[in-house]
Structure formats: C-alpha cells, structure tokens
Ligand binder design. Structure first.
Ligand SMILES: Cc1cc2nc3c(=O)[nH]c(=O)nc-3n(C[C@H](O)[C@H](O)[C@H](O)COP(=O)(O)OP(=O)(O)OC[C@H]3O[C@@H](n4cnc5c(N)ncnc54)[C@H](O)[C@@H]3O)c2cc1C
Length: 465
C-alpha cells in the first residue's frame, strides 16, 4: 500500500486533524493496549495509532483515513471496561474520546443535557445536580468511566432496581458510521428518525459506529433517602428478604454481600459486623419523604421477620456515607485476597438467585477456587469473583473452568452471562452458550448491514462462525 511506504505513514492523518491529536510512539501506544479487565487474550495488543479526537470532525476524518488504510477502529472512552472491549486485539487505530468533553446544551424545562462522549458519568451527574436535576445511572465506576462508554456498554449499577440502566435515559444521539457520515437518532434527528437506531447503538460495544454526542434525560431528584444495612445468619435468610421486598416495594438500592466478601471487608475496615454474619444486605428507599419513610420502616420489619442478627439505619449523611463506604470497599478488598480475580457480572431471574448461590458454592468447592459473591440483587445482577494465584497455572485453569461451569448454570436458570460489563473479547466465546446459531446469525447480519467491511472493533462480542 502506497501510504505505508512513506517514512511517516500517518502523515496524511496528522495533516488533516493536527499532529498533537495523533500518537504513534511505542511508549504512548502501549498505554492504550489495555483496559481494566483481567481477561484480554494473551499477547501484544499495541495499536498502530491512537487518535485523541477533539470534535466530531476529527472522528469523521479518522474513519475516512481508516477506510483508506484498511486499519480497523477501536472506539475508546476511559478504558474502565471489564470485558476488554476497548483493547485493540490485532492492532488498529484506537479512537479515544477522552478530549471530547463539551456540554453542548442543557434544557432545564425539558429536563435534558446534551454532551460529548468523553465527559465522565460523574461530570454529567454533577452538571445535573447543579441545576437541581438528577441523572440516575450509577455504575460504581462513575468517576472513571465516560458517558460514551456507558452508552456503548449500557452501563448499569446500584440504582437499576428502581431507575433502570443507561438505556432508559438516552433520548437521542449522533454517531459516525462506517461511511464516515454523522447520523442523528431519536430526539436529535428532529423527527427524521423512523427506525429506533438509538436502541441499536446502546450496548453495541463499539461495533456499529462511534457515538459522538447524546441527549440524556434527567429527572427531579428524590426528596428523601433512607439507608439501612442488615446482617443475616445464612445466605438463605438474605435471599428470603429479597423475595419478600421486591413484590411489595421498589427500593432504590438492594445490594447483597456474602460471607467471603464480608470477610474481605473485615480485613480493611473496623466496621463491627456481628459474629455469625454470613450475608448482608444494603438497602435504600427514596422518593417523597412520607413514602420513603414508610418503605424504610417496612424494610426494617421484613429484616426482623427474617431473623436479622442486627439492623442499622443511617441517622445522618455521615452514617450513610459510612455504610456506602463498606460497599465501595468490596472490590479493592477482594483484590487483596489473591492477585488474580475474574469478576463476572451474571444475571439470573430473581426467583432463581438462591439456586445460583448454592450452585456457585458447590462449584467453588469442586474446583477449590474461592468465588465471593456480591452485587445488585434487586435486579438479579450478581458479581461472581473467582480468586486465584496468577503464578499458578493450575489455579488459573481451575478458575476459568469454575467460571465456565457457573455460566452454564446461569444459562440453565434462564439468565444471562453479562448484566453490565459487556461481552467484549472476554466473553465472546461464551456467547455460544447463551445464543443459538440462528440468534448469532442475526447479530452478524446486523453488523454486516451497519459495517460491511468490519471497520469497527473487530474480534469482539460476536463469536467467529
Ligand atoms: C472498579 C470498576 C467498577 C465498575 N462498576 C461498574 C458498574 O457498577 N456498572 C457497570 O455497568 N459497569 C461497571 N464497570 C465497567 C465499566 O466502567 C463500564 O463498562 C463503563 O461503561 C465503560 O466506560 P469507559 O468509558 O471506560 O469505556 P471503555 O472501557 O473505554 O470502552 C468500553 C466499550 O465501549 C466502546 N466505546 C467507548 N466509547 C465509545 C463511543 N464513544 N462510541 C462507541 N463505542 C464506544 C469501546 O469500544 C468498548 O467496547 C466498572 C469498572 C470498574 C473498573
């Protein structure tokens, strides 16, 4: 290819969008070869090039350049992904949106914000809050993930049980397609949108185009919030509480922690978990003050009916923060149990949660691999963490096999292998467990229709035929 014979093969692109937006030095490229996942396939994943786009036109130019050079494009937000979605397997151009941080518009009366993809989720929340509005999606990574990445993964989080996922707050968007055209969808298309392309792009994991702008729905914030934690003598007691709460109330948070998670937190925080605690639930109710209070009182009653060892209701903002801190400590505490951690974000129907927890415990025993469990129990989204010693090949293998068995159980119970972290490269193979050849054929056809030359994010999500 003529372009490659030049001494600086990327000169043309640098000329078009500006030198300072293009990285091609080895030491810069390696920073963009990883994300926050532990499961990218082994090997060197350095891209050939990183583009730090500053506006939509830069994205368009990069797509044109990629077409000319036949290099694939790997869209990237902040690289907090847990499924190697932004890892450039086989190289290519990493198109990073970290400099695209503009708030384009804000409408308080109609309650929406329009912004670029590189803004963090936290920044969107803060911007809404400054105007007495509320952006509910709440991934634990809200400070370290981009809003573009949140859309591409349909990020979930702690408040999904009441407020839904990122998808429920997207009114419309603009994306750059494989032809380098800017396509507007939903409310951003001014009525010219007939197919629901917004829905197609959300959760598309960078396979269908680069999201460059979005309009997000905001709501009035809850007027009052109550936070409670309860400790139980068995996992079955905690599951009983979940089954009792959900038909009757809509808590805004319903988080589960098992005994291995509690043990890990104990190593880091002097919080006095009562002796004999085998499971804990963190619950919040929110809304107008009377309803939130009545719901919190009812949660307290249900805790008591299910023989909670101890119940604590936060009496101040500081106490609430204290309880939240325990939840935030889960991930770092587990990381100290072992240097290897496979954090899998499965979902099962709520009624099957007890069965899954029991099977996970059996599988853990069978493979001699600890699998602490915590997560967003209110919507059946649990995080199974296989812990292992990275330097022990036998343990690494056992952890993979144990997780594979858990996935099989999840699918058998009518669940899904990923609730919020996406498929990326990490669970691409496992898609065959959950989806039939006919389902996968439909996925491939959608990809072919939107991206016939396979320009965007190859080797991800859809398994090879
Ligand atoms: C400590 C920790 C806690 C986490 N907690 C949660 C949680 O509670 N809930 C949850 O859902 N996730 C969670 N995650 C996972 C992760 O933060 C989310 O998946 C997040 O949405 C990724 O955003 P990002 O900007 O980092 O995207 P990246 O990792 O950069 O990219 C993720 C995927 O999105 C694609 N992409 C990124 N930007 C664009 C764009 N503009 N257009 C098209 N495609 C794009 C990429 O190609 C890639 O496939 C957590 C991660 C960590 C490290």
């Amino acid at each position: 290819m003529a372009w490659f014979n030049s001494r600086d093969p990327y000169r043309k692109l640098k000329k078009r969008i500006g030198d300072r937006k293009v990285l091609d030095r080895k030491e810069d490229l390696m920073v963009y070869a990883v994300d926050a996942s532990y499961t990218a396939p082994p090997g060197n994943h350095d891209p050939q090039l990183v583009v730090l786009a500053e506006c939509t036109e830069d994205v368009v130019e990069t797509v044109q350049f990629a077409r000319e050079t036949e290099l694939p494009i790997i869209p990237r937000g902040m690289g907090s992904g847990m499924s190697a979605g932004a890892v450039p397997l086989g190289g290519g151009i990493v198109l990073a949106t970290e400099r695209m941080k503009k708030i384009n518009d804000f409408n308080v009366t109609e309650r929406w914000i329009e912004c670029e993809p590189g803004l963090s989720c936290a920044a969107v929340k803060e911007e809404a809050s400054r105007r007495q509005l509320f952006y509910p999606p709440d991934p634990s990574s809200y400070k370290i993930s981009s809003i573009g990445g949140n859309l591409a993964e349909n990020a979930g989080g702690l408040r999904c049980v009441k407020y839904g996922t990122t998808r429920d707050y997207v009114l419309g968007l603009e994306f750059v397609n494989a032809e380098g055209e800017v396509i507007a969808t939903g409310e951003m298309a001014d009525g010219r949108d007939s197919l629901d392309l917004t829905s197609l792009l959300i959760g598309s994991e960078g396979l269908l185009g680069v999201i460059v702008r979005k309009r997000l729905r905001l709501i009035p914030p809850p007027k009052k919030t109550y936070t409670l934690i309860a400790h139980f003598p068995t996992v079955e007691h905690a599951v009983g509480v979940i089954h009792a709460i959900l038909p009757e109330l809509v808590p805004s948070v319903l988080e589960f922690m098992d005994d291995a998670v509690i043990e890990a937190i104990r190593g880091h925080d002097p919080y006095p978990f009562p002796d004999g605690t085998r499971a804990a639930l963190l619950v919040e109710t929110d809304g107008n003050p009377d309803t939130a209070r009545m719901e919190a009182e009812r949660v307290h009653e249900i805790f008591t009916e299910f023989e909670a060892l101890e119940i604590h209701t936060a009496q101040s903002a500081a106490e609430r923060e204290r309880l939240w801190n325990l939840r935030r400590l889960v991930s770092p505490s587990l990381s100290r149990l072992a240097d290897g951690k496979m954090n899998e974000d499965i979902v099962v129907p709520i009624g099957k949660m007890g069965r899954l927890l029991q099977r996970t415990s059996e599988i853990s025993g069978l493979y001699n691999i600890r699998i602490p469990v915590y997560g967003h129990a209110g919507d059946g989204n649990l995080h199974l963490n296989a812990m292992f010693d990275k330097t022990e090949p036998k343990q690494v293998r056992a952890a993979h096999e144990a997780i594979e068995k858990c996935f099989e159980e999840v699918v058998r119970l009518g669940g899904t292998i990923t609730g919020e972290h996406g498929v990326g490269a990490s669970k691409r193979r496992e898609m065959k467990l959950q989806f039939s050849p006919e389902d996968l054929h439909v996925f491939r056809e959608v990809k072919r229709a939107m991206d016939p030359d396979g320009l965007f994010n190859p080797h991800k999500l859809i398994p090879a035929e």
